[in-house]
Write a protein that binds this ligand. Structure first.
Ligand SMILES: Nc1ncnc2c1ncn2[C@@H]1O[C@H](COP(=O)(O)OS(=O)(=O)O)[C@@H](OP(=O)(O)O)[C@H]1O
Length: 413
């Protein structure tokens, strides 16, 4: 289960997060031992584990969605009819989806680009969860979005921003982070159920909705992903996904290996596809860097997003020249110019923060947990041999991406 950002907690989000946390705790304390740590003597059958893992995840998702739905209904009833804008926002889909490869800076993009005066930003992830009941899943997704659209934080006030933009007659976007698998389900659902959302915007929503897909150096991305799955359980005691990432995780069975050892062990298995059956999560970790979705989603006969609305964005540049990334996006989205270099300031660890005007907090920075791949003095990220093997593994797909989308990517091919 994806972690949600802890920034800017609103009442609604807090209640919902508490429900999720409680459910996970109950599961941990219960008798179900699917995830109990295996011992050397009793090695479980990995294929059975995979099925059990999937089944348990689904069971938890269903339970969480059920509880969330109750809370959403309660919150919605409170606001229903009391305020026409808040009621209207209950039906609002994103008009920009941000998706992309994990660890490529999606959260940074959402958070910083959300400062643009024409962007209404979802402040947490907006996963589309499937329980099997499509209408309910869509209701839940819309309710989750609603919590984001109506939120106010220490330096932003979405409803006020929307009212002001409307009064000034300006175009604006609702931006949320949802994975492409979810976007796929949402678009298909809206096509099949055109009357489900009763709002004018929905008639040409599909032809207008944008998708920013973030990519980055696949070798660095793999390292960052590795650091995440091998460290999050020690960093965050209450992390929702601690179970899947524990010291004897069966999903990522390399918690005690170095990055070099992990690559030496698993890259050959990824290449000959023998890893796929036993540990699909590890396979996914490697192949994410092949960046197939933009081609599938934006081009070809089965494209879901109109090619003029699909934007492939190099997340590596968010670390070095974020203002250029945002200026480029402003042009592509036809927004008024807002971002300049002086809006950004480097913090001590080298990552940029963005300036906020007229507030006690003058800078908006990503939480410290971002930047796991920073190294302390004397540390090397990976051996030259590992880097060479990985560059070779990713070379062709990166070249393909450059040629297909006419890009100049920031990493060495
Ligand atoms: N300004 C700023 N501050 C902090 N972090 C920044 C910034 N710009 C880009 N990045 C990079 O974003 C990487 C994390 O990407 P994601 O947010 O997509 O990760 S996640 O998949 O949602 O966990 C994160 O990767 P790691 O360094 O490996 O943690 C950062 O390199």
């Amino acid at each position: 289960m994806a972690e949600e950002d802890n920034e800017d907690k609103t009442e609604g989000q807090e209640i919902i997060n508490n429900v999720v946390e409680k459910l996970w705790q109950q599961k941990e304390e219960g008798t179900d031992k699917t995830y109990s740590f295996s011992t050397e003597e009793k090695v479980p059958d990995q294929r059975t584990e995979k099925v059990e893992r999937k089944a348990e995840k689904q069971e938890v998702i269903n339970e969480v969605m059920e509880k969330r739905n109750e809370k959403y209904q309660m919150l919605k009833e409170k606001d229903l009819n009391s305020n026409s804008l808040l009621t209207e926002l209950m039906q609002q889909l994103p008009t920009i989806f941000v998706s992309g490869a994990k660890k490529c800076g999606t959260k940074t993009l959402i958070r910083f680009f959300g400062h643009h005066p024409q962007i209404i930003r979802g402040f947490m992830e907006a996963p589309f969860r499937s329980t099997g009941d499509q209408e309910k899943d869509m209701e839940n997704y819309l309710s989750h979005l609603w919590i984001m659209w109506k939120s106010k934080g220490p330096y932003y006030d979405n409803p006020r921003k929307i009212r002001e933009l409307r009064a000034a007659n300006k175009d604006f976007f609702f931006m949320a982070k949802t994975a492409n698998s979810g976007i796929n389900k949402i678009i298909t659902f809206i096509e099949e159920n055109p009357d489900f959302i009763e709002a004018d915007y929905v008639t040409d929503w599909k032809s207008k909705v944008k998708n920013i897909f973030i990519v980055c150096d696949p070798v660095h991305r793999l390292l960052s992903d590795f650091k995440h799955v091998t460290s999050v359980w020690t960093e965050k005691e209450n992390a929702i996904n601690r179970k899947f990432l524990g010291p004897d995780s069966s999903a990522f069975p390399f918690q005690k290996l170095t990055f070099d050892q992990m690559v030496a062990k698993y890259l050959p298995k990824v290449k000959d596809r023998s890893v796929f059956e036993k540990t699909p999560e590890v396979n996914e970790m490697f192949v994410t860097g092949h960046f197939g979705p933009p081609k599938r989603f934006f081009l070809g006969d089965d494209a879901l997003i109109d090619s003029k609305n699909g934007i492939v964005l190099d997340g590596g540049k968010l670390k070095t020249e974020p203002w250029k990334v945002f200026q480029d996006l402003e042009k592509k989205l036809n927004l008024e110019p807002y971002f300049t270099e002086d809006l950004f300031e480097k913090r001590e660890d080298g990552y940029y923060c963005t300036r906020i005007f007229n507030h006690t907090e003058s800078l908006d920075c990503m939480p410290d947990s971002k930047g796991r791949t920073k190294l302390s003095a004397g540390q090397t990220a990976m051996s030259e041999e590992t880097e060479k093997m990985l560059r070779e593994f990713y070379k062709k797909s990166s070249e393909d991406l450059e040629n297909t989308f006419d890009l100049k990517l920031s990493w060495n091919l």
